[in-house]
Design a protein. Structure first.
Length: 258
């Protein structure tokens, strides 16, 4: 099982490198089901691995001039702040038992619906109108706040929410959205890991290094293939991948409720 888990680390990195998202939603199940980590350990070390891998992706994208640094920092800092507000004040106010479904199921269903809506917009053949954002600070920070609040509520998302927001709402070219997403994910993961790593038991340093190296191999393979694909095709690939993930979540939670 562990050998297959290491192979999936390469796949996780590949998806992250190609699409700019999917790291957390893939790495958490890998840690839980193939390496027997608890949910807390899995999410915490996912932040570490995905964050470090995204950092390398950000460096690679910056060298290719695919990161809008100022806009990304504005978006990232704002979203991180609202992640904190959402997890500190919104989540604790929701009761654990909501009758037909649990609080956890509500969060997952909400996340899945949001993914499906984003996916359908990405798959749409309608072209995104390019907007001039250089001086539109309010537009960038407001979208960062919205995505941060949603991300904080669902406890995951990362690139799955950031890339569509940058592309569909803020008019980034698809490859710019993916490159800038790396930087934002790195910021979010760094903050998340530093705020939670002391709650979990330490694991083997060699294990984390090996997993990280394999994820990096996948990342650079994904970045290589992304240079061979047009912005339009990347948009469609991303949309279909997110759609499948959202539908899987919906069917899984519907089965548990029934």
């Amino acid at each position: 099982m562990e050998v297959f888990g290491y192979l999936l680390a390469i796949f996780m990195g590949f998806v992250l490198g190609l699409l700019g998202g999917g790291g957390s939603i893939l790495s958490v199940p890998i840690f839980m089901y193939f390496f027997s980590f608890s949910a807390l350990q899995a999410t915490t070390y996912s932040l570490l691995v995905v964050g470090a891998t995204s950092g390398l992706g950000a460096i690679s994208s910056y060298r290719q001039d695919l990161i809008r640094v100022r806009d990304g920092l504005l978006f990232g800092v704002t979203s991180t702040f609202f992640v904190f507000l959402s997890r500190r004040f919104i989540l604790p106010s929701i009761p654990e038992d909501l009758g037909l479904i649990s609080k956890n199921q509500l969060i997952i269903i909400f996340f899945a619906i949001f993914l499906i809506i984003s996916a359908l917009k990405m798959i749409s053949k309608k072209e995104v109108k390019k907007k001039l954002l250089e001086k539109n600070i309010f537009k960038i920070t407001s979208q960062g706040a919205f995505i941060g609040a949603i991300t904080g509520f669902i406890g995951a998302g990362g690139g799955f929410l950031i890339v569509p927001a940058l592309h569909l709402l803020l008019g980034f070219k698809m490859k710019e959205a993916i490159g800038t997403s790396f930087m934002i994910i790195f910021i979010n993961c760094l903050v998340g890991f530093l705020s939670s790593f002391h709650y979990v038991e330490p694991v083997s340093r060699n294990f984390l290094i090996l997993f990280f190296i394999l994820a990096c191999i996948g990342l650079f393979l994904g970045r290589f293939f992304s240079t061979k694909v047009s912005n339009k095709k990347l948009k469609i690939y991303f949309g279909y991948f997110v759609l499948v993930m959202g539908l899987i979540m919906i069917f899984k939670e519907a089965y548990q409720v029934s």
